[in-house]
Design a protein. Structure first.
Length: 294
């Protein structure tokens, strides 16, 4: 068993597709297949159920995935420690980020990074997705973290983790656990700004289901997450929010999740880098640390 096999396994599990995994690792599909076959032979277990449409983990594969991720993460952490012993990394990192990674990802990442490189400081700004793209494009930010995939040749856009949007309201709200879109129109919406990737995803899914977005009554428009959660808690209206953010705040606030019939919004959080920028040692190390988590 070696790390090439583990990385092949993790990427096939991630993309549920041998071709996509090969592309992500800059390898050929036969090479990926060989790595998986050798790994399955060594483990004496079938790790994937292979169908014509996609590849899914077997129960044994699901169990082994946690071990594989731990081994890869341990290797990456060891490399970071060795790098830190050879090169003294200093300076400042400017990061533009959307609200979800600002709550879920960056506190852990900055803590881990400063344990290795204590002389690196951070400037972190929470912004809407379009503004983050502008910051990375203009080289104002070293790195951007956005809730959307950016299809543009000027950027390197790397997936970090999946984070679906859900709908939430106050525990005192009359909104039912599952609502039709027509029933929901009697309630006020607390919306993100027009520059928000979450808002674009929300509106796009409504339109795809044949709903008229203009019928929703927006009472507040803001990208301030704390204000949004406070307004929802006070039963001012409902909103759409990251599942992971809801999982954190629902333990402390009187809010609950509900469903809109026919609407399910999948999305991924991506790391955004301008291809014209040569990353500093600090930025390159922080990029690798973020990627090592998933």
């Amino acid at each position: 068993m070696d790390f090439r096999q583990l990385e092949a396994f993790v990427n096939v599990a991630k993309y549920k597709n041998f071709s996509k995994a090969a592309k992500a690792l800059y390898l050929s599909q036969p090479t990926i297949s060989l790595h998986i076959s050798n790994l399955e032979r060594e483990l004496c277990s079938s790790l994937f159920d292979r169908t014509s449409k996609e590849v899914n983990l077997t129960p044994q594969g699901t169990e082994f995935l946690n071990y594989a991720l731990d081994m890869i993460n341990m290797k990456n952490k060891a490399l970071h420690q060795l790098t830190a012993s050879d090169i003294k990394i200093t300076g400042s990192l400017h990061i533009s980020t959307s609200s979800t990674p600002n709550v879920i990802l960056l506190p852990r990442a900055i803590s881990d990074f400063q344990a290795i490189h204590p002389e690196v400081s951070f400037v972190v700004e929470e912004k809407s997705s379009n503004t983050i793209i502008e910051d990375v494009c203009s080289l104002t930010a070293d790195l951007g973290i956005v809730g959307m995939k950016v299809e543009n040749d000027r950027f390197q856009c790397l997936p970090l983790f999946q984070d679906d949007l859900i709908f939430i309201c106050s525990e005192q709200s009359d909104i039912k656990e599952t609502m039709s879109y027509s029933e929901l129109l009697q309630f006020n919406l607390i919306s993100r700004s027009e520059q928000s990737g979450s808002r674009l995803d929300f509106q796009r899914h409504l339109v795809e289901q044949g709903h008229d977005v203009s019928l929703l009554e927006t009472v507040v428009e803001t990208d301030d997450l704390n204000l949004i959660l406070s307004l929802v808690s006070r039963n001012i209206g409902f909103t759409y929010i990251s599942q992971t953010v809801f999982d954190v705040y629902s333990k402390h606030l009187p809010i609950r999740a509900f469903k809109i019939k026919g609407i399910y919004i999948e999305r991924s959080i991506h790391l955004l880098i301008n291809k014209r920028r040569t990353l500093s040692h600090a930025a390159e190390d922080f990029k690798q640390l973020l990627l090592s988590y998933y």
